[in-house]
Design a binder for this molecule. Structure first.
Ligand SMILES: [Cu+2]
Length: 196
């Protein structure tokens, strides 16, 4: 871990001119949900910023087959406890380095994943849908209603034909860089070169 200036972090986060930033609210209105609960159209370089607004949740990487189990070597925000009277909220941001397969996440605060289906997906596919992922999390019980944000980035370069089949390489060859930020800006931990 090393510390860097805000400017340096901002430069690294947004160095790609075409990168899109997505904002996800964690725990809106005291619910055990992410809003949106899935994002499609994410491409390499895009940034996803999670804002924790209630209770104590996490954004923890998992796998499609085991939604509520932390993936070995995956990224994990850790828990962000938020006071009910809080007026500023912690944020945790990841930058996608490889978007060729879906990415799966859950809240590690039991029983939010298994009971409420508190899960989040990046680039779910027709074969591996958010709904199927959430149903696995809850053992078939109804979870929260999902909401999807579709990316507006139109600079994809047609890698579908050449990429490995995401259905069989799910989360096997992905890498993320994680940047932990807080609105207080007491210090910024920059995890550089994180690979899975
Ligand atoms: Cu939670």
């Amino acid at each position: 871990m090393r510390f860097a200036t805000l400017a340096a972090v901002a430069a690294s986060l947004f160095s790609a001119a075409s990168a899109v930033q997505y904002n996800v609210t964690v725990g809106p209105n005291n619910t055990n949900t992410y809003d949106p609960s899935s994002i499609t159209g994410v491409v390499a370089g895009d940034v996803i910023s999670f804002r924790f607004v209630s209770k104590s949740h996490s954004v923890t990487q998992s796998t499609f087959d085991q939604p509520c189990v932390a993936r070995a070597g995956g990224v994990d925000s850790g828990f962000f406890p938020v006071d009910a009277a809080a007026t500023s909220f912690p944020e945790w941001t990841i930058q996608i380095e490889n978007a060729s397969a879906p990415l799966w996440f859950f809240c590690a605060r039991a029983p939010h994943c298994t009971a409420a289906g508190m899960v989040f997906a990046i680039n779910p596919t027709a074969e591996r849908t958010f709904q199927a992922f959430q149903a696995t999390a809850t053992g078939g019980a109804a979870g929260n209603t999902g909401t999807t944000t579709t990316g507006t980035n139109t600079t994809t370069t047609g890698t579908d034909g050449g990429a490995a089949d995401p259905a069989t390489t799910d989360s096997g060859a992905l890498s993320l860089s994680a940047h932990k930020l807080t609105t207080m800006l007491v210090g910024i931990a920059l995890v550089a070169g994180f690979s899975l």
